[in-house]
Design a binder for this molecule. Structure first.
Ligand code: NDP
Length: 283
């Protein structure tokens, strides 16, 4: 592709927008020898417009957030920063304390989005009250959940403050399209973007021979086709992780790849959409 296109935007229910191609950071900050590449690749991503960075207090027990902090130092205002509270910390006081630790590790005074990492034992009402308090104090600009299936989202919607839930981050890739059956339409009806994690199936999807053949026909890579498929969906945000600056550029170029109708049909045959309810996949 000659000229890079701008990355399509996703829209949150409150009207905020963000590039629909961001980056993940799971497994970063675990190995000091990799830190330079991790920071370099996150910075390259920001420069290429992949300004949404997804992290969590869980990743590398804070190590991922520390890497993110180094990467965004001096360019915080360009970044849409997402982190997550562990369910075991998600009491009212625990959520507030966890958020403050995350802010400290990343050297910033606010998160753009704060998610409950998965459903746990603390009452959602408490977690959401803490999210609202953090929002009122300017420490987060919005909040959401992760790993909630449709039934769980109904519960979220019926919990006090639940109407302010901005997103649900779930496993979604070509090889695992279960969310298309009911969760994605449910979220779309509430104008919530879906954050797709493991968009490359943790890298395993990239070994698929059909995907590689389709990619070769398009002069693209398997990763680019997998990401272009997600970006072709309305209000889906993909957050591929790579610690390689070269792969960051490769992944960014997925936003320039248009999948022709016949290719989309071919992908649907090789990786069929669900025709029945399947439980949400998680890692
Ligand atoms: P991904 O599907 O993003 O795959 C990441 C793997 O693919 C890495 O091994 C990476 O290796 C490799 N890779 C990336 N780009 C390419 C490329 N162009 N060509 C070949 N290989 C490539 O898996 P993740 O599990 O990391 O998911 C993405 C993000 O989603 C996470 O990092 C995290 O932020 C979030 N997440 C959230 C979860 C939740 O419960 N909410 C659960 C899981 C993930 P390398 O780094 O060497 O390039």
């Amino acid at each position: 592709p000659a000229m890079p296109k701008t990355i399509p935007l996703a829209i949150f229910p409150d009207g905020r927008t963000v590039p629909a191609l961001g980056v993940g950071t799971w497994k970063m900050g675990e190995n000091a020898a990799k830190a330079t590449d991790e920071i370099r690749s996150l910075r390259a991503g920001i420069d290429l417009g992949m300004t949404l960075i997804d992290t969590a207090e869980m990743y590398g027990s804070g190590g991922s957030e520390r890497i993110v902090g180094e990467a965004i130092s001096g360019r915080r205002e360009k970044v849409f920063l997402v982190s997550k509270v562990l369910p075991s910390n998600a009491s009212y006081e625990g959520t507030i304390a966890a958020c403050e630790r995350s802010l400290e590790r990343m050297g910033t005074d606010h998160l753009d989005l704060y998610l409950l990492h998965w459903p746990g034992h603390h009452a959602l009402e408490e977690t959401f009250a803490a999210f609202e308090k953090l929002k009122a104090d300017g420490k987060i600009l919005g909040w959401g959940v992760s790993n909630f299936d449709t039934e769980g989202m109904q519960v979220v919607a019926n919990t006090p403050a639940g109407e302010n839930c901005a997103t649900n981050q779930v496993l979604y890739n070509l090889d695992d399209r279960g969310v298309e059956f009911d969760l994605m339409p449910w979220m779309a009806s509430r104008a919530m973007p879906l954050m797709a994690y493991c968009p490359l199936g943790e890298g395993r999807l990239l070994n698929d021979p059909v995907l590689n053949r389709i990619a070769a026909d398009l002069d693209a890579t398997a990763a680019q086709v997998a990401l272009a498929f997600l970006l072709s969906r309305e209000n889906v945000i993909a957050i591929p992780k790579t610690a390689s600056p070269a792969r960051i550029a490769e992944n960014r170029a997925a936003a320039d790849l248009v999948l022709p109708e016949d290719v989309r049909a071919e992908l649907d045959r090789a990786f069929p959409a669900p025709d029945t309810k399947t439980p949400l996949s998680i890692v």
